[in-house]
Unconditional design. Structure first.
Ligand code: LLP
Length: 387
């Protein structure tokens, strides 16, 4: 039996919970992105590995010819061992360790996205110790507030991320003076799960005025990295299964006014991988409370922490039943009252043993899993390699 695009009979033979990835949807998504990039030869995509670092997902994305955006030495290693070329790897993060910087220098990555003057100095001295020149971009805090969850906005001025607008000139002067770094451009990122395209237009306007002021001061620009952030429709995973990449890239085509030939780098994570992943679980118990009914799953916040951590919504579907819908609080077994997937969800009538899918969980799902309560990390299965 197939319900939606799910091979439920195969699921029944597998120990739950686990992640299931629809690889044809991932490939369709990558093709859509490629079509958009083909319209703008100066646009370059680096997939943000933090969203999902599963090796099968990484090698599928690297085979599509994209680069990688990393935020730790572990991610740089994951990128390199899953087919991303070093010259297509960029490395951001406010707390890069000496070990990670040295490793990345030796590997010959494309760019360090530097988040402070202190970090710039350390990269310079570590590059000097290896007799290398580190390619650096400066991450600027554009002071653009995105319309999204406060826990996932990053572009406001006083923030652990990036260099404040007012300090940019002096940090840039320093980057130009240091002997073992080569200034290559500017990096921005305003936040995640952004669906209001006017936020990206505001970022473009901010970049345009910054570019103008650098030009007026005769300072070099290099290239521009606009970060990631495009959101997905968590409420309608069956209708809108590919994010609106055309609308997104059109904003940058329309609003960014950069010198000819200036490359624009993008670091999309969620919009590439969220839709193709689902967390598959079994109903352990259907518990009747006094005023509520609970569907207690064998999956929990340890496999998918987003609802507990950000109050994020994920649609839950019962794949085993076609009986009329009832209302449930869908919860996990972990010993935390925040271990709730969704409250008052309409699900086809649930029974013990039913298989349910927690949808749009391909981004920041498996990648954020933990072993709390001594639970094992979830396994993953792929539509084109089902047992
Ligand atoms: N570039 C930088 C510098 C970032 O900090 C991020 C995400 C991205 C790119 C990718 O953004 P995306 O296209 O995926 O929105 N765990 C949270 C999301 C944290 C995002 C952190 N930075 C969640 O589950 O919603």
């Amino acid at each position: 039996m197939l319900k939606g695009n799910f091979p439920v009979e195969s699921f029944e033979k597998i120990k739950t919970p686990f992640y299931y990835y629809d690889m044809s949807l991932l490939r369709r998504t990558l093709d859509r992105v490629k079509q958009e990039l083909a319209k703008s030869p100066d646009f370059v995509l680096h997939y943000a590995i933090k969203a999902n670092a599963n090796p099968v997902i990484l090698s599928t994305i690297s085979s599509a010819g994209f680069g990688a955006d990393c935020v730790s030495g572990g991610e740089v290693r994951a990128a390199l061992s899953n087919g991303f070329r070093p010259d297509a790897v960029v490395f951001a993060g406010v707390g890069k360790t000496d070990e990670d910087i040295l490793f990345s220098l030796k590997a010959g990555i494309a760019r360090f996205n530097v988040e402070s003057v202190e970090e710039l100095e350390v990269i310079d001295s570590l590059a000097a110790s290896l007799n290398l020149i580190a390619p650096v971009s400066l991450r600027v805090n554009p002071d653009v507030g995105a319309h999204t969850n406060a826990k996932i906005t990053t572009g406001l001025s006083e923030n652990k991320f990036g260099i404040n607008y007012e300090q940019l000139d002096s940090v840039l002067a320093k980057a130009l003076k240091l002997k073992n770094v080569e200034y290559k451009g500017l990096h921005f990122h305003i936040g995640s799960q952004i669906l209001d395209m006017s936020d990206f237009a505001s970022l473009c306007n901010r970049i345009n005025s910054l570019v103008e002021s650098l030009r007026a001061k005769d300072l070099p620009l290099g290239d521009i990295n606009v970060g990631g952030g495009l959101g997905v429709d968590y409420h309608h995973p069956n209708h809108l299964d590919v994010a609106d990449f055309e609308a997104y890239f059109d904003v940058f085509r329309k609003h960014l006014t950069l010198p000819r030939g200036c490359k624009v780098h993008f670091e999309l994570g969620r919009s590439i991988v969220a839709p193709c992943g689902s967390l598959i679980s079994r109903v352990l118990y259907v518990k009747q409370g006094t005023s509520r009914k609970f569907a207690i799953l064998d999956a929990s916040m340890t496999e998918l922490v987003r609802p507990a951590m950000y109050k994020a919504y994920h649609r839950v579907e019962n794949l085993s039943s076609n009986e009329s819908e009832e209302i449930y609080d869908v919860v996990g077994p972990v010993c935390e009252s925040s271990d709730v997937f969704v409250k008052e969800a309409s699900l086809d009538k649930c029974h013990r043993g039913d298989i349910v899918a927690v949808r749009s969980a391909g981004a920041y799902g498996e990648a954020m899993a933990s072993c709390y309560n001594c639970r094992p990390l979830p396994k993953s299965y792929f539509s084109d390699m089902m047992p």
